[in-house]
Design a protein around this ligand. Structure first.
Ligand code: ADP
Ligand code: MG
Length: 360
């Protein structure tokens, strides 16, 4: 559990909504807060309202309703340039003909700081983003990763009180992103920056965030540390968006069981009233498996099906199984001796099950 030393969050978004005529409810009644030095990731699919929420925090859009407080003060009427917030976008638009130093110095010159202060500040930032020695290089002579660090340095140089990053790695290729997301987090932590980081990529969100806010259709469906969200996805949408494949319709039975088309289950969680329709999430970890043709119909937490495919992923393998027309995905350490066409019974531990009281 994280214990915060300051009693009040630095940023407090309360019940904020934004409607774009004629019919887009881009952000719906969103509340979320941020502590000093914390990195919050807004994670969700394209169009779910991440950028709109960020733009309202930045002051580039006005909420239709709700409040946004920074250090306790309502900032909804405060123009963007008076907020001392920094921004970094996917298209970070560095000045291609200027060198690294001049790009980083840009915001400081705009502020009208004395030349000596600018020089020492730029030197410090070059150190923070690990670009010492490249300060005279033109932007066009840098790699994609170096350019991205210049953009981050430019955003950090004026010492923003809050940094907003909107898909900052979106334009880069996968392999480069994997490394840069870690660099980015390390740099933000090194300077103790409070940041709101927008991405649609769950790997990136998990690598960068102290806390995640998972968004769907203008709403935040869950907020929490990445580990907690992964462990206990709050809704079927969150589970699906994090890549969990096994969501199965079911009904609560009369004796503490969950009845589904692929079998009967017992879970470690409180159940709604008997007869309630539920959605069952079956996490991909198996408690074990047996190659046997038919499972006894009374046995719970055992799924019988046919293996569709086994994909070796290095330290674990993915096993696709079809059971009663439902396609399911399981994982097993190493390289299990299963092949397409095998009939198997997969055993599921009760702690791998989650229940949702909604319909798909
Ligand atoms: P995300 O960043 O998660 O992809 P956005 O916040 O950009 O989502 O968009 C949320 C919704 O609002 C989308 O349906 C988008 O088309 C719509 N939208 C965004 N900006 C505007 C605008 N200026 N005018 C009208 N609709 C907009
Ligand atoms: Mg966006």
């Amino acid at each position: 559990m994280k214990v915060s030393s300051n009693p009040m969050p630095i940023l407090e978004v309360s019940n904020v909504s934004k409607f774009y005529p004629p019919a887009t409810r881009a952000v719906r009644d969103v509340s979320v807060s941020l502590d000093q030095g914390e990195i919050l990731c807004l994670l969700g699919p394209s169009g779910c309202g991440k950028t709109t929420l960020l733009r309202m925090i930045a002051g580039l859009e006005k909420p239709d309703s709700g409040t946004i407080r920074f250090e306790g003060r309502d900032i909804v009427g405060v123009p963007p340039h008076e907020r001392d917030f920094g921004m970094m976008f996917q298209d970070f638009a560095l000045f291609p003909h200027k060198n690294v130093r001049d790009n980083i110095a840009f915001g400081l010159r705009m502020k009208g700081l004395p030349a000596g202060d600018i020089a020492s500040r730029v030197q410090k930032i070059l150190d923070v983003v690990e670009l010492e020695g490249l300060d005279e290089r033109a932007i066009s002579q840098l790699s994609g990763g170096e350019q991205q660090r210049v953009a981050l340095g430019r955003a950090l140089a004026p010492g923003p009180r809050l940094l907003m990053l909107d898909e900052p790695l979106g334009a880069l290729d996968r392999a480069l992103r994997e490394r840069l997301m870690l660099d980015l987090r390390a740099i933000l932590k090194r300077v103790g920056m409070t940041a709101v980081y927008v991405t649609h990529d769950q790997t990136e969100a998990f690598a960068v965030a102290d806390r995640l806010a998972v968004m769907n259709a203008g709403r935040i469906e869950q907020v929490g540390p990445p580990q907690d969200v992964h462990e206990q996805p709050a809704t079927p949408f969150v589970a699906q968006f994090l890549g969990f494949q096994n969501l199965v319709r079911g009904r609560v039975g009369s004796s503490g069981t969950i009845e589904t088309g692929i079998g009967r289950f017992r879970a470690d969680v409180p159940l709604p009233a008997p007869g309630s329709d539920i959605i069952l999430l079956i996490k991909p970890a198996m408690a074990g498996y047996e190659a046997r043709p038919v499972s006894s119909p009374t046995e719970s937490n055992a799924i019988t099906g046919v293996v569709d495919a086994v994909t070796f992923r290095g330290r674990f393998s993915q096993i696709w199984v079809t059971s009663s027309g439902q396609r399911l995905l399981f994982e097993e350490a190493g390289d299990p001796p299963l092949t397409a066409g095998d009939r198997v019974t997969i055993l599921i531990s009760p702690d791998q099950l989650r229940i949702y009281e909604s319909s798909l």
